[in-house]
Design a protein around this ligand. Structure first.
Ligand SMILES: Cc1cc2nc3c(=O)[nH]c(=O)nc-3n(C[C@H](O)[C@H](O)[C@H](O)COP(=O)(O)OP(=O)(O)OC[C@H]3O[C@@H](n4cnc5c(N)ncnc54)[C@H](O)[C@@H]3O)c2cc1C
Length: 419
């Protein structure tokens, strides 16, 4: 394929861009994938590796803003918002608050659930088509609670999952919990287990596996820092400081950095970033049998390449502030109390930028200026999980096929209706 022979350009080689590129290629399109930093260089590199298909509940739950001040008081707690960033985040927070109203929450839960089901089916197909079963761990997820009060408070969330057809097992006996994950501190007396949750051995291995499949089938990946995109005479021009690429269509999958490109195209979308932290410990640090979530402390423990990844937290603060790795250290300290046998030496710390919309739903749909430009970003905490379903939606939009699910909840236009 010569430089300007692509039918479609995908901007961003994170898990969303790579999965979309592969899906479009499977429909016979010549696809060029552009990224300034390489394959899965950002959020898709160091995440927890979970395909969290059972997480249908949006973050903006009814009453969430009553709980948030308690978390914000501790500057190193699971949620942080630097004072200097608060004015910039206010419009996003107002939309987040509006999303937590009962009507919006229920609509977002339905949309989340539909995208999860689509993604689960599409992922199974992708695993089969690319011979990737050895990369996956099908061990479910265990959410643990310190005492009956925490567990009782979590019951509405479990009931909501059950209403959406999710297999949920509620445990209130230490032996039952230990039979799934031995070695937890005795304070964890209650738990919920979701067997239909799966993990990949390492998210960057999965992204690289898909990128390799894309290249083997003739797809091109190019190092290219996109500075602007526009539509001229029925063609899309994608430019860097020195070069231009032209094609019939473009998919913008630049993760947390997509907002500026959308803005150039005339769409002001409320994309911000929830920065997250983790530490990856080498093999032998702990025998992790399942993905373990500590919902009251905002962190998770997962198995990565035989080692252990401890991570979570939400830090607002935009794309430019330097990381505060003390957050990763705090999570690790907590994890060592909750998993008394955990060996915390030789950890590698990491910070990633989750691309987050205030209603917890991604943006998947055409730009206002032209349906030759398709936005595909804002997957927040669930980009790995929802990547395969997202790619199916993008493919259906490009090929004018019947949409596998209702596309309207993910439309970029939903924000103009609110403003
Ligand atoms: C601590 C943490 C844990 C997480 N755990 C999970 C999990 O277990 N399961 C899950 O489903 N999700 C998880 N997530 C969320 C998930 O990582 C993200 O939702 C997902 O990786 C977003 O993928 P993306 O492709 O949209 O963005 P990214 O991976 O950030 O990729 C965007 C790409 O676009 C490129 N780019 C941007 N702008 C330009 C430009 N102008 N020109 C060229 N290239 C550009 C970047 O270089 C980058 O490679 C976690 C996130 C964090 C931070």
């Amino acid at each position: 394929m010569r430089k300007n022979d692509a039918d479609i350009i995908v901007v961003g080689a994170g898990i969303i861009g790579i999965t979309c590129a592969l899906a479009l290629q499977s429909d016979g399109r010549r696809v060029l994938l552009l990224d300034r930093s390489g394959i899965a260089a950002e959020a898709s590199r160091g995440n927890a590796g979970a395909f969290a298909f059972t997480d249908v509940e949006p973050l903006a739950t009814p009453g969430i803003l009553r709980k948030a001040p308690k978390w914000l008081i501790d500057p190193l707690g699971p949620l942080s918002l630097p004072i200097g960033y608060a004015p910039k985040l206010t419009p996003w927070l107002l939309r987040f608050w509006r999303s937590s109203w009962r009507d919006r929450f229920e609509a977002a839960t339905r949309a989340q659930s539909a995208l999860m089901q689509l993604s689960q089916t599409a992922l199974e197909n992708l695993i089969r088509e690319t011979d990737a079963e050895p990369l996956f761990q099908r061990d479910g997820q265990l959410q643990v609670y310190a005492g009956a009060a925490q567990f009782e408070a979590s019951r509405p969330g479990w009931a909501l999952k059950q209403r959406h057809g999710i297999d949920v097992r509620l445990l209130d006996h230490a032996d039952d919990i230990a039979s799934i994950q031995p070695g937890l501190d005795a304070r964890f007396t209650h738990a919920g287990y979701t067997p239909d949750w799966m993990n990949v051995c390492n998210p960057v291995t999965w992204a690289t596996h898909l990128a390799t499949a894309f290249q083997k089938a003739g797809g091109h990946i190019e190092s290219f820092n996109v500075t602007d995109v526009d539509v001229q005479a029925g063609r899309v021009c994608v430019r860097s400081a020195a070069q231009t690429r032209v094609s019939d269509r473009v998919v913008i999958a630049g993760g947390a950095w997509s907002g500026r490109l959308a803005w150039q195209l005339g769409d002001r979308l409320p994309l911000d970033t929830e920065r997250g932290y983790n530490t990856t410990l080498p093999a032998g640090a702990f025998d992790v049998k399942t993905h373990i979530s500590f919902p009251n402390d905002g962190f998770v423990v997962s198995r990565i390449d035989g080692g252990v990844r401890v991570g979570g937290a939400v830090e607002f603060g935009g794309l430019k502030r330097p990381p505060n790795y003390r957050r990763a250290d705090i999570l690790l300290e907590k994890a060592s109390r909750y998993l008394p046998g955990l060996r915390t030496e030789q950890g590698q710390r990491w910070m990633g930028f989750r691309p987050s919309m205030p209603d917890s739903l991604p943006v998947i749909g055409p730009a206002r200026c032209s349906d030759r430009v398709i936005y595909c970003f804002g997957h927040g905490h669930l980009g790995l999980t929802q990547s395969s379903g997202t790619a199916q939606l993008v493919k259906a939009m490009v090929t004018d096929a019947v949409m596998p699910i209702d596309r309207s909840p993910y439309s970029p236009r939903r924000f103009s209706r609110w403003s």
